[in-house]
Write a protein that binds this ligand. Structure first.
Ligand SMILES: CC(C)(COP(=O)(O)OP(=O)(O)OC[C@H]1O[C@@H](n2cnc3c(N)ncnc32)[C@H](O)[C@@H]1OP(=O)(O)O)[C@@H](O)C(=O)NCCC(=O)NCCS
Length: 343
């Protein structure tokens, strides 16, 4: 059986940086820089311009990852797209990305399978686990995994929505998962979910049990009340469960591999909240120098946080061949996942 390793990383963040003060002065939200920094560690986030969506940002990150892996888009055997902000309800962003990457063009089109992964902040870890499974099974040699989000389009950027709107940002990260005979790569993952908490973090938009699924006015236009249109979150429940689950899933993956957290060189935690990550690190006794962060400058980019961390850490020289790396995620659902990689 082949091993599966990450052969390339890539990233894209939109150029427009929105600071905490901008949320107050430009968007009119009743908040302060101190409130946001103290509770979340976020200083700024990126917002994409209108007209830019998740498959476009994902394509920029994907092109970098392909270049880093020294392959072309036509070498791919599969595309996995993790997002909670797909370009539209259906089809998924996977086929849109396939087309953007040019796989369908030319004399040798490659109609490779694509799949969207709707697992919110854990989506990227679920995606890499799926890619590694395909590679190990011999069903694929190179799988592209993208995590991309366009949150700025779907946030209630007003005082009413401030608890949620101040923590999310836009961006995309990508990796190529490839087959190798070398003794390295994705060693173990641990995934989980608890649907009892589905209401704690959600953006319903519609209710498919109703007829029709979105209320329609006399002009035949859909009418969506704010509590359906915008994300809703029980922040305290998310915080508590995130700390517990992230600690638990690091320990599960370590236990299965018979390694201890001390033997891991670099931890890439999902970037939901600096305080959550600090709690997890303290509980597990992980020193600061083994953690990488980007929440201060990008906010919570959901499925994109971990591939963004990987791409940046690799470019900054913090992530090097031979290191033992742990990825840890938690998000809506609730869903969670961890993964240990010999880089
Ligand atoms: C969101 C979070 C920062 C809120 O912090 P908190 O201490 O729980 O704050 P609360 O929701 O209890 O609100 C406290 C007060 O601050 C206010 N507030 C909320 N958002 C605010 C903002 N952006 N600016 C200023 N005040 C704000 C609330 O209205 C409330 O005011 P009140 O006491 O007058 O009613 C915190 O719960 C958290 O980080 N949760 C995890 C969220 C997360 O990581 N989500 C993504 C998971 S993938």
């Amino acid at each position: 059986m082949k091993n599966a390793y990450i052969s390339g990383t890539g990233m894209y963040v939109p150029p427009k940086s929105v600071t905490n003060d901008d949320l107050r002065t430009v968007y009119g939200i009743d908040t302060t820089n101190d409130w946001i920094v103290q509770r979340t560690g976020i200083e700024a986030r990126r917002f994409a311009e209108a007209g830019v969506g998740s498959s476009e940002m994902g394509s920029y990150a994907a092109k970098q990852a392909l270049e880093d892996a020294k392959i072309t888009a036509k070498d791919l055997d599969m595309i996995l797209f993790a997002t909670l902000s797909p370009d539209m309800c259906f089809p998924g962003s996977g086929p849109l990305l396939q087309q953007r990457l040019g796989l369908t063009e030319g004399d040798d089109p490659r109609f490779v399978p694509t799949m969207d992964i709707r697992n919110q902040c854990s989506g990227f870890v679920y995606g890499v686990a799926t890619a590694a499974s395909m590679v190990r099974a011999g069903a694929a040699k190179h799988v592209l995994v993208v995590g991309a989000e366009t949150h700025s389009a779907a946030l209630d950027l007003s005082t009413r929505g401030r608890t949620v709107a101040t923590i999310f940002g836009d961006g995309a990260g990508a990796v190529v998962v490839s087959a190798t005979d070398e003794d390295r790569g994705i060693r173990k993952w641990y995934l989980g979910a608890d649907g009892r908490y589905a209401d704690m973090l959600k953006q319903p938009i519609w209710d498919i049990k109703q007829r029709p699924y979105i209320k329609v006015n006399e002009k035949g236009e859909g009418v969506i009340p704010p509590e359906m249109l915008w994300p809703q979150m029980d922040g305290k429940a998310v915080f508590k469960n995130a700390v517990e689950r992230m600690c638990g899933c690091v320990m599960e993956a370590c236990f299965d591999l018979d390694v201890t957290p001390e033997q891991i060189d670099l931890f890439c935690f999902h970037q939901a909240n600096m305080r959550i990550n600090q709690f997890v690190a303290d509980q597990l006794g992980i020193p600061q120098e083994k953690l990488v962060h980007n929440i201060h400058k990008y906010g919570n980019t959901t499925a994109a946080t971990i591939p963004l961390l990987l791409a940046e850490a690799q470019r900054d020289g913090k992530l090097k061949r031979g290191m033992k790396v742990a990825l840890v995620a938690f998000g809506a659902g609730f869903t969670w996942g961890s993964m240990i990689i010999d880089w």
